[in-house]
Structures are given as structure tokens and as C-alpha cells.
Design a protein around this ligand. Structure first.
Ligand code: FAD
Length: 460
């Protein structure tokens, strides 16, 4: 049994000074939650408005999902795009997809303006498929992407695959045929069960270090307009017609014009709407918890960064897994003073939990999961005979899935003093950043066209 030991948190500054809330305060905007969503929201509001911001974090910056993820930057949604197009209509789904793809630029903007030096690599990543059903999902996505006016993704199918012309006839122009050995080369495997692949833009970054470094930049350039309180739990939010009161520890109260929840959906905050109908906070409880486990080891730094997902043909004994796939990232390991290594991170095994209270940060990392990952690494990625891999890092985190699988970004319809940038965090790095930029536009007074991210509240 191993403890929850994330490489992202490992790289944070241990000696960073922390400030706790100890007396009443007032501000224009209060942001609750100091993960990548909270810090991105602060970045864009500070940049595009003259508002003062207080950001409040119950633990330490980036110790939530932001410090326990796979660190893979991708621009897709949790749901396949063709399902999104059916559910929301091609136009709205297409607009949302474009917004997330545009968020690569928002990430670059934050990175460049804050003068960051942490490793952030962008490249073409791959998904390897071993069954027709897996390939067909991507082909259907390409069909819907074409209909929505989006660029189609490169899908390569092995000439040696046994897919008949009839199976592929609907998807003419949406794939190319390739020698299998070329596909296996991109997937960096000798496992011949992979018969197709999808190529798309991917990246790798330590989102916790990113959050920490952006926060330091913001504190430095906006000393009069930006304050962060850590180890400060907000237990109650009282919404009035034109302002909000936040109850902090030791009876300290923050008064603000607006409050933005960047709490990931697991906040346990009591929300009282004295400025309108009672807000139904049931969505907080409708967020389904899925525990995802990751493991990481160091290898020689002799290959470039990559991100590859391997969709396997579910073998026997995957009882604990919802999805039969492993994802792997490779990147330089930061902050090593002597020999330099690459960090290989592998994830995949996940399980749903009935009640989010069941999740404890201190959960052990089960040996059975470690063995599944080790078997995968040794058979698919790095089949060096008789090597023992030293898994330096093993960690897990709680991913929350909103019922429609889309992040909530925008004003609470029952009282616009409250806004959200939260939820749906299996893929959340770019959506959190996009959420930050969208919220800043709302705070700046812009009227935005309806989107699938808009919160739709119901009164109790
Ligand atoms: C195991 C795992 C793997 C993932 N892999 C990827 C990936 O590869 N790529 C990707 O894009 N996304 C991935 N994600 C999702 C991504 O990490 C999240 O979507 C993103 O970090 C969410 O950021 P956030 O700021 O919304 O939430 P968080 O980082 O969880 O921040 C929310 C913060 O709110 C604070 N808070 C909550 N309640 C209160 C309160 N009452 N008072 C004060 N503070 C409060 C919490 O302490 C926390 O720090 C993964 C997630 C997990 C768990």
C-alpha cells in the first residue's frame, strides 16, 4: 500500500508564505477556490477590469484536483463530440468546442505574460485503438466535426486491419490507410493488437506549479488589487440583491459585490439567497464522483514529451475499471539539481463512488491497481525483459462529473451576484482557463451569447 504522493505537489514551493483571513474584509470580487480555475479567473478579471479581488482557499493553492491530475492538456470534452452534437445541437456544440480549442491561446497568454519558466510542451499526441467500435467513435466525431465546421482529426487505419469496405463506407474522406508499422511507431509500442490511431493536439504541464507561479505573478503586479487567503474555509455564502457576505473562520466576514465559486463542485458551502428564490444547490450533490489513480516513474531523458492513450480490448480481470484504456505522458521532470530525467505518468484504472464523502485524500493506492499499470507498462510501452520499475509517485484524485458532462460557467440565473466556474473535471485544465476568460467578460459587463456552459438553475 502506498500513500497519495503526487509529483505535481512535490514540485511546489515548500517555503511559500501563506496568509489566513483573520478579520473582516471587503472587495469587489471574491473567488472561492485556489485551483487552476480560481487562479485563471483571477488572472483574466485583473487583466480586463479594474476590480479588486480576494481569493479564498480552504487548504493550500493547487492541493485539490489541480495537484492530483494527469497533467495532460487536451481540448476535448468528456463526451464524444458526436454525442454532444446530438444533445446540444451541432451549432452550440461546435461553438463550445471552438471555445475550448481557442483556450490553448489563453493558456499561452497566461504563460507568456506571467513570464513562466515551468515546462509546458505542445505536440501531436495519439490515441491507439484495438477494436472497430473504438475507431468508429472517432470516425463519428469526425463526421460531426465536419458538420460543425471544425477541422477534422487525422485518423489512420492499418492497411492490415480486417475492417471491410462496408464498415468504412459511411466515413469516406474521414480517415487514411497506413502501414501498421507506422502506426505502432507513433504509438511507441510493439503490441500488434493496435490497428488504428487518432492524432490530435495535446500538451503536458504541471497545472499545480502553473497555478502557484501565476499566483505569485498576480500578487507581484497587482499588490493593491489582489489578495489570497489560504487555510481559510468559507462555510456560508449569503447572497443579497447587490452584494454578498461570505462567512470565514473565527466569525470573519468578507463582503463583496460578486462571488465566483471555483470549488470544483465539492465545496459543502451553505448558500442562502436573500436576494431572490432559494437556489437549488442539488447540482452539488448530483456531481458524480470518480476516483482516478495515477502512477509515475523516472526514466532516462532521451525522448521528447508525448501523450498517448491506449484503448485496449478489455481483458479479463478489469473488474475495477470503467474504461479499458490507459493513458501515458512523458515530460522532463522539473527541479532536479543533478541528473535529469523524464517523468512517465500512467493512468487508467478508475472507479465510481456512490457517495463523494467516501473519498478520502489519504486513501491508499491499492496494490491491485499498481499491478494493472505495471503489466500495461511492461507489455505495451516498455517491454524490457526482467526490469523492475520503481514507481516513485502514486496518487489519486476525485473527478466530479456534472449530469450533462459540461463545466458550469456563468451567472446563477436566480441571483447574478453568484457566478460559477466549476464542475466536470475529468478534463479540466483548458476548460478551467476558458471559464476564467469567460467569467472576466461577464464581470466586465459584456452580454454573451447563450452557450452550453450556462448554468440553468431551478428554485427549491
Ligand atoms: C486524477 C485526475 C486526473 C485528471 N487528469 C486531467 C488531465 O490529464 N487533463 C485535464 O485537463 N484535466 C484533468 N483532470 C481534471 C483537472 O485536474 C481539473 O478539472 C482541474 O484541476 C479543476 O480545477 P479547479 O480549480 O476547478 O478545482 P480544484 O483544483 O479542485 O480546486 C478547487 C479548490 O476549491 C477549494 N475549496 C472547495 N471548497 C472550499 C470552501 N468552502 N472554502 C474555500 N476553498 C474551498 C478546494 O480546497 C480546492 O483547492 C484530472 C483530475 C483528476 C482528479
Amino acid at each position: 500500500m502506498k500513500i497519495n504522493n503526487s509529483p505535481w505537489i512535490d514540485q511546489l514551493r515548500k517555503d511559500r508564505p501563506l496568509k489566513k483571513l483573520s478579520k473582516d474584509e471587503s472587495t469587489d470580487v471574491a473567488i472561492i477556490g485556489g485551483g487552476i480555475a480560481g487562479i485563471s479567473t483571477a488572472f483574466f478579471i485583473l487583466k480586463h477590469t479594474t476590480k479588486k479581488i480576494i481569493l479564498i482557499e480552504k487548504s493550500k493553492l493547487a492541493y485539490g484536483a489541480t495537484g492530483h491530475n494527469a497533467g495532460q492538456v487536451v481540448s476535448y470534452f468528456e463526451k464524444p463530440f458526436h454525442v454532444m452534437a446530438e444533445e446540444f445541437g451541432v451549432q452550440l456544440a461546435g461553438e463550445a468546442q471552438k471555445s475550448i480549442e481557442l483556450s490553448w491561446e489563453f493558456l499561452e497568454e497566461m504563460y507568456t505574460e506571467a513570464g513562466l519558466t515551468l515546462n509546458f510542451s505542445r505536440f501531436t499526441g495519439y490515441d491507439g485503438f484495438s477494436t472497430f467500435e473504438q475507431v468508429e467513435e472517432s470516425l463519428k466525431n469526425n463526421l460531426a466535426r465536419r458538420e460543425a465546421g471544425l477541422l477534422i482529426h487525422q485518423i489512420d487505419i492499418a492497411k492490415e486491419s480486417e475492417f471491410s469496405t462496408e464498415m468504412l463506407s459511411k466515413y469516406d474522406g474521414l480517415y487514411t490507410l497506413k502501414e501498421k508499422k507506422e502506426i505502432l511507431l507513433c504509438l511507441e509500442t510493439e503490441d500488434a493488437s493496435f490497428i488504428a490511431m487518432l492524432s490530435e493536439p495535446k500538451g503536458v504541464m504541471n497545472s499545480a506549479l502553473f497555478t502557484e507561479e501565476v499566483s505569485e505573478y498576480l500578487l507581484k503586479i497587482y499588490p493593491e488589487r489582489f489578495t489570497i487567503y489560504e487555510h481559510t474555509l468559507i462555510s456560508k455564502v449569503v447572497l443579497k440583491e447587490d452584494h454578498v457576505l461570505l462567512a470565514g473562520p473565527a466569525n470573519a466576514v468578507i463582503t463583496a459585490e460578486k462571488v465566483i465559486l471555483c470549488t470544483n463542485g465539492f465545496e459543502n458551502i451553505e448558500i442562502l439567497n436573500q436576494g431572490g428564490l432559494a437556489i437549488d444547490t442539488r447540482f452539488h450533490h448530483n456531481v458524480n464522483g470518480v476516483v482516478a489513480r495515477m502512477t509515475g516513474y523516472l526514466e532516462k531523458k532521451n525522448k521528447s514529451p508525448t501523450a498517448i492513450s491506449y484503448y485496449v480490448d478489455a481483458p479479463e480481470g478489469f473488474a475495477d475499471m470503467d474504461q479499458a484504456y490507459f493513458y501515458l505522458t512523458r515530460r522532463p521532470f522539473e527541479h532536479e539539481s543533478d541528473e535529469k530525467h523524464n517523468l512517465i505518468c500512467v493512468g487508467g484504472p478508475q472507479h465510481a463512488i456512490a457517495d463523494r464523502e467516501e473519498y478520502l485524500f489519504e486513501f491508499d493506492y491499492p496494490e491491485v491497481v499498481q499491478k494493472e499499470v505495471d503489466d500495461f507498462v511492461k507489455t505495451v510501452y516498455d517491454p524490457e525483459p526482467n526490469t523492475k520499475i520503481d514507481y516513485k509517485f502514486t496518487w489519486h484524485g476525485l473527478m466530479g462529473y456534472t449530469p450533462n458532462g459540461v463545466r458550469l460557467i456563468g451567472e446563477e440565473p436566480l441571483n447574478p451576484v453568484l457566478l460559477y466556474n466549476l464542475g466536470c473535471n475529468g478534463v479540466g485544465i483548458l476548460p478551467s482557463i476558458y471559464g476564467g476568460s469567460r467569467i472576466a467578460r461577464i464581470i466586465a459587463g459584456e452580454k454573451l451569447a447563450p452557450s452550453i456552459f450556462d448554468p440553468k438553475s431551478v428554485s427549491k
